[in-house]
Design a protein. Structure first.
Length: 160
């Protein structure tokens, strides 16, 4: 292997000749290009392209599913019942979810959670001070008081 001493002042091609192979003589710039590794067809992977488009579509579908399940939860809470025959807003929300291809298992899971929350819910009254000395009274029904209190603290801190 050739020595690398005093190579700071030499042009790159001369340094390359010494490092790459001292036996092969690279006479012109055209020949020198043969020894440079070249990356071809970058970004043309079929599966990488599918992954990116599928990921974007899955993300959009997940957001839509979340939005529709939240609408079902709100309909249960406002209607006071998880029964589709008694709660028309819930029936409309479930029909919208079915129309947008939300899986039936997901809808059933949300309805089941709504029934459990309706039976286990307890009433909580809380007071909080808002901006400019305003006072808020929160009247809430929940089965999970820890989550309620932490969410209320976060909202109050955010909007001081």
């Amino acid at each position: 292997m050739a020595s690398l001493k005093n190579t700071a002042k030499l042009p790159f091609l001369t340094i390359w000749k010494r490092i790459a192979n001292p036996i092969i003589s690279v006479s012109s710039h055209k020949d020198w290009l043969k020894y440079v590794p070249e990356r071809t067809m970058a970004g043309h992977s079929k599966w990488a392209n599918i992954r990116h488009t599928k990921g974007a579509k899955d993300h959009a579908r997940g957001q839509l599913t979340h939005k529709l399940t939240q609408a079902i939860r709100i309909a249960i809470r406002e209607g006071g019942s998880a029964d589709l025959k008694l709660n028309t807003s819930l029936a409309n929300a479930v029909a919208r979810a079915n129309g947008n291809d939300v899986p039936k298992a997901t809808i059933d899971k949300v309805l089941k959670q709504g029934k459990e929350d309706a039976t286990n819910a307890t009433r909580y009254l809380a007071e909080a001070r808002g901006p400019d000395g305003t006072v808020f009274i929160f009247d809430c029904y929940t089965a999970k008081s820890k989550f309620l209190m932490s969410n209320m603290k976060n909202v109050c801190k955010r909007h001081k």
